[in-house]
Every structure is written in C-alpha cells, then in structure tokens.
Ligand binder design. Structure first.
Ligand code: ADP
Ligand code: MG
Ligand code: MG
Ligand code: MG
Ligand code: MG
Ligand code: MG
Length: 659
C-alpha cells in the first residue's frame, strides 16, 4: 500500500469528472521523474519483501476460529506515532495497513543489500521478529497473525469476531460485512467506487471441487442468500452473476482480503531494469503455480489452487461494454459511465491482471542484450492515444515505454481526495501513483521520484516488483521464495539469459497456473535456448524441468547454483551455505513433487478429515482443526514439519534448530 492520504474521498460520480485531469497531471509527473532519474547509473542491488498477515482468533472452548476485526489498533501502536514504534526501529521492521481490518503488512525497515551474504541470512530472522512483535502487541491473547493466502471460511455466516452482519453500503455484499474493510476512508471508497464504475457488484466464480457428494454441477449455490436490502444488487447472482457449479463471490474483500508475498528489487539503471522486468515476465506464472496455497474459498473446496483470478475479479471495475458482455438483466449498459463524455474502450483484462507487454531490453547504455523482438508483444493492448502521443514526443520515452504507460493510463482513478487534486508536479507523484498503484500487474515497473537525480542515491532508483506469489505458512518458506526470486534476478543480471516468450504464451501459463496441481502436472511454455537471439524457441516443460533442469533447459536452480558458486558463496560460512541450500531444496522439491504445495497439503487435510462428508464443504470443525494444524506448523512442530516438508528437509531444519 502506498501512503494513505487524509481528506475527503470523492464519490465515483465526482471522481470520474477529474479522471482526465488526474491522468494528465500524472503523466507530467512521470515525465519529470524520467527526466530526473534517466541518467542514474550503478545503483546497488537493494531489495525488500512484503508479507501480509491475517489476524485469526482461536477459541479453544468452542473450537472455532474467526477473523479478528477488532485488533486493528495494533497498527497505531506500531506506527511512528505509536507506543511500540521503538520495537520496530530496534528490529528494523515496518508495519503497514492493508485492505482488511484483520490484515497487517510488514516489511524490513531498510532494504537488504543483495550483494551481502549476511543480509540474506537476516531475511528470515527479520520475518520471524515481525511475527513475534505482532503477537506481543495484540491485545487479545487468543488472536494470532497467520501468513495464510486465503481465509478458508471467508464469507460464511458469522466468520468474524466480533460478529458483523453483511449489510454494508460500501460493498453491498451478500457475504462480507463492511466491518472487514480497513477503517481508513480510502478503502470503503475504493470498494464502493469499483462497484459504481462497473455498474454492478464484482462477480467472481471459482470452479467448485467435485467430490462424490458435492452439489450438482448445473446447480447455482443454494447457500447464496435471497435478500431484498439492496434490490438492484441483491438480485445479481440470480440474473447471471453466479455461475452453476461454481463458488460465487461478490465483493472486493474476497480478493483484496487475500495475503501474498511480494519482492521489490532495485537494478543499476533504467536499461537493466527493463531487462530484468522482461526476464521475469515468464517467471511470474511459474512462481504462482509453485507457491499455490488457495484450495478453499467461502467454505468450499475449489477446483483450483491459487488466488490470482479471485483477486483479479475482486477489483474488476470494467463496465459491461469494456468487458464486451451484455449487462445483467435490468442493469444499464454502461454502468455509471457517462457514455457521451467517455472514450470507450474494449478492455480484455481487469486492472488486476498479468503483464500485457514487455518493455524491451533496449536502453541508451548499460549492458544491452537486445534480445527483444516486437513479435513477443503479441497482445496489442489498448492504450490511451493522447498519452501515447504525448509521451512519444518526449526524448526519454521510446515507443515501447510510451506504450506501457499509455496502457496503464487507460484506467480511471478510483479514489480521488479533493484536497489532493492540486499538486506540485515538480515534487509530488500522487496522480501518477494513483493510476500506477491501481494497475495491479504480476510485475510492477517502479520508476524513481523527481528527487532521484543521478547523484542522489539516498532515494530509491529503478525497481521491479515481483507480485504473483502466494504467501506461505512459515517464515522459512517465505524467506526461501523471496530469496529464490532475488538470487534468480541476480543470476539473470549477471548471465544475461534470453527468457523472452510471446506474451500470449505467458498468459496461457497464467491460466494453467490456476489448475489444481499444475505445480506437478502442468506443462508450461518456456524458452528453450536462453543463450541465442533466435526468436521462436519454445519448449513445453513441467515445473520440475524448469526449476531443476532438463535436457532442453539448464534449469533455474542450476543457474542460481552457478551464480552462488561464482559470486555470493565465496564469502559465505558453512552454516550460511547450508541454509541457502535448504531454501533452494524447498523450491526444488515443490517443483519435483517430492513434497506437496501448500494448496495440496491443505486440500488433503480437508479430504482426510474424519468429519469431511465428501461434499466439498469445509465446515467450522474442519476449519478449526486445519488452522490449529497450520498454527503448529508456523511454530515448527516437529511432527507437522515432517509431514509438510518431508523427511529430508525436516532433517535439515532440525539440524538448523527449527524443531
Ligand atoms: P509497495 O506497497 O508499493 O509495494 P512497500 O513500501 O510496501 O511498497 O514495499 C516496498 C519494498 O521495497 C519493501 O520491502 C522495502 O524494503 C523495499 N525497498 C525500499 N527501498 C528499496 C530500494 N531502494 N530498492 C529496492 N527495494 C527497496
Ligand atoms: Mg500489500
Ligand atoms: Mg506494500
Ligand atoms: Mg502497495
Ligand atoms: Mg454492517
Ligand atoms: Mg507491494
């Protein structure tokens, strides 16, 4: 989350009147940012992770778990004005608000140095301190922070503590009370304005896992409440929004209330940043599949393993026209879009979706690989022509960069604060960030601010944010995945492989990554020849082959091993080596299927639970036992560690003192 502005957020009706103004000012800010930072060189490889927590209240007496929505004052205590802030300073951690009132985000307070072996070993320690401090600072001693991608019973009756009724004006959801939304006025406004712009509530349909006693495939979920509180919206599921054979969800919280693991990395300069961004495009679906941790939504087993399409659907503010579909019966065609005064686009994807185009590995200098070929950008996404034309007249933007931003800027701002409209474009970036930070892609290209002139290395430089990963239950895994992505990125910057694939292939991989057990059964498009400029070099590989290597492709871990031996490990102790190798082992074993993904483990837990009735329903009792089990795993209970990580990794972990 970016900075939270104070002030008065505008209703969508007024927000849209300022949309062009926000875009125009935002682009001026962007041009100034580029002018200042264009010539930056030799920035250090700094990086940092973001972890998102859910607060769960565990009641041993009633054997129930609830999402805790009354513990959010912890964020004040941990903020710079708060009484516990000194603990954050001492431990180099930083807490931030998130969409859910039951959520916390935490990052390291200073970025890690990607060239220092000690910093890699500090990552997991930093993560575990975050968890400890959060536990200490919570008032209710039965509330615990979990790094769980989806709360399994989100949106079932009485899933919060204290109890709250789904009757809120912001979401108008049949399942989620507005009391789950962060109290800061930005978040309910975001929720409401997305619905208002779309002209209907968001509609998310996840295929239901089919078991022997699961409800019939042609049936719409009979548990969807029939209500007449918001007549227009309450009828939506029965007017085509809810699909038979699916788990239907109708609110932003189902997606933005999920947790994930993100990694931001700084590269030496703009051209290296474009190259790293492009190289990681094909890695995004791979890491989504590998970190799969979302087999349950709204109390039902799903026939998919990840959260991505849920979060994508949860903020899909496109009108029916933009989506190219008929509106629901009785809803107007364009939602609350002013047809006469809007330039209408057909937009194939939600603003939360996969990358639409490469940036090209071209640059004024730096090490230029020149692997990019125009044919890789085979999606031709819509763009804002006015902004495209403006940017192409600017010396600092070539056509591909102009295209990238002109595509992001087809979107409207969703929340505008009236006090923030007037900006000093030499110093502020709010309008640019307004559009940039509500384009939630698998990767984010983060440019530096206007003050980031070449000699000012105190201000962050060019960065890439890696965003597809699901969050894992333990700090050990989250550290392992974050470090894997960082070491891979460092290897990419060192060895300069060619990872380009047509972007449509990457989108097919994204779809595949959703499939149940795609981590072990999926066959993904990947590049075969990573050393040549050859344009069409496509192999079809399993995650095992991509991660661990095969005849056709060297493998991402072997690439990292080479890098470690030639660079980082030269200065490492035996103990440090052992830990990093165990991290890589985790990634390797998940890819080979030697150990289950989190999604598979959770699904199996439900399927094997004595109370499970083969009806795909995850009851209160099953949920309680599952969460209890995961809480023991978070604390590295020996038996569960063995079960979850397998004997080999469990042995390594025991040796390192985890259990
Ligand atoms: P956002 O929500 O926009 O992604 P956050 O501030 O939550 O941003 O997280 C940014 C991450 O980037 C943090 O982990 C932080 O440590 C890291 N970071 C900060 N400065 C730099 C930098 N110069 N280079 C790389 N990463 C950085
Ligand atoms: Mg976040
Ligand atoms: Mg953040
Ligand atoms: Mg953010
Ligand atoms: Mg209410
Ligand atoms: Mg982020």
């Amino acid at each position: 989350m970016g900075l939270l502005s104070l002030g008065t957020p505008l209703h969508w009706k007024d927000t849209r009147k300022h949309a062009d103004e926000v875009r125009e000012q935002g682009i001026i800010q962007l041009i100034k940012m580029f002018e200042s930072a264009h010539e930056r060189k030799n920035d250090k490889f700094l990086w940092g992770d973001e972890l998102e927590y859910m607060l769960l209240k565990i009641d041993e007496d009633s054997k129930d778990v609830k999402l805790a929505i009354d513990e959010d004052s912890i964020l004040q205590r941990l903020s710079p004005e708060g009484c516990a802030y000194n603990k954050c300073i001492e431990n180099e951690i930083s807490f931030h608000p998130e969409y859910g009132r039951y959520m916390l985000e935490a990052t390291p307070a200073r970025p890690y140095d990607g060239e220092k072996i000690d910093d890699y070993l500090f990552v997991e320690k930093n993560m575990s301190i975050r968890r400890k401090i959060a536990i200490n600072e919570l008032h209710d001693k039965n509330v615990f922070p979990f790094t769980l991608t989806v709360y399994p019973r989100m949106g079932t009756p009485h899933f919060t503590y204290p109890d709250a009724i789904p009757n809120g004006e912001a979401s108008k959801s049949l399942f989620l009370p507005d009391e789950i939304i962060n109290r800061h006025v930005r978040f309910p406004t975001l929720t409401a304005n997305i619905r208002r712009r779309r002209g209907a509530k968001v509609a998310i349909n996840v295929p239901l896992y089919k078991d022997t006693r699961t409800r019939k495939n042609d049936e719409i979920d009979p548990t969807i409440p029939k209500r007449n509180l918001f007549p227009f919206h309450d009828a939506e599921p029965f007017l085509g929004a809810a699909l038979p054979g699916h788990i239907y969800m109708d609110s932003m919280g189902f997606g933005m209330g999920c947790s994930c693991l993100q990694v931001t990395m700084q590269t030496p300069d703009l051209s290296a940043n474009r190259y790293l961004y492009d190289s990681l495009v094909c890695i995004t679906p791979i890491m989504l599949a590998l970190t799969a941790a979302s087999p349950i939504f709204r109390g039902f087993l799903a026939d998919q393993d990840v959260r991505w399409n849920v979060i994508s659907g949860s903020v899909d503010d496109r009108t029916p026209y933009e989506r190219g579909v008929e509106p629901l019966k009785g809803h107007n065609l364009y939602g609350e879009i002013d047809v006469k005064n809007s330039s209408l686009y057909r937009i194939p994807k939600s603003r939360y979706d996969s990358v639409d185009q490469y940036l090209g590995d071209v640059g004024s200098d730096g090490i230029t690989t020149n692997f990019f070929d125009k044919s890789y950008n085979d999606l031709t996404p819509v763009r804002n022509e006015k902004i495209f034309n403006k940017l192409t007249k600017e010396a600092k933007f070539d056509e591909i960069l102009a295209n990238h931003f002109a595509h992001l800027f087809i979107r409207d701002p969703i929340v505008v604060f009236s006090e923030n409209l007037k900006q000093d474009n030499d110093f502020q970036t709010d309008h640019f960030e307004n559009i940039q930070s509500t384009n939630w892609q698998t990767l984010r290209f983060k440019p530096p601010i206007q003050q980031a002139v070449p000699e000012n290395h105190k201000t962050p430089g060019w960065r890439v944010e890696f965003r597809p990963m699901e969050i894992s239950i333990t700090d050990f895994e989250n550290a392992a995945y974050a470090i894997f992505v960082v070491l891979l990125s460092r290897s990419i910057l060192k060895y300069r492989p060619n990872f380009y694939l047509p972007i449509t292939c990457v989108d097919k991989n994204m779809k595949l990554a959703h499939k149940r057990e795609s981590a072990t059964n999926g066959i993904f498009y990947f590049r075969k020849n990573i050393l040549s400029k050859e344009v069409n070099s496509i192999a079809e590989l399993s995650l095992n082959q991509i991660i661990n290597g095969s005849n056709e492709f060297i493998g991402l871990i072997p690439l990292i091993e080479k890098f470690l031996n030639e660079e980082l490990f030269k200065s490492a102790t035996e103990e440090q080596l052992f830990k990093i190798r165990t991290y890589l082992k985790l990634v390797s074993y998940r890819a080979s299927g030697e150990i289950p993904t989190t999604a598979k483990y959770i699904r199996n837990f439900v399927l094997n639970h004595p109370n499970y009735a083969k009806d795909s329903i995850v009851s209160k009792e099953i949920n309680f036992d599952l969460i209890k089990n995961l809480s023991k795993l978070t604390a590295y209970d020996k038996e569960i560690v063995k079960d979850f990580f397998g004997n080999d990794i469990a042995r390594d972990m025991e040796k390192m003192g985890y259990c």
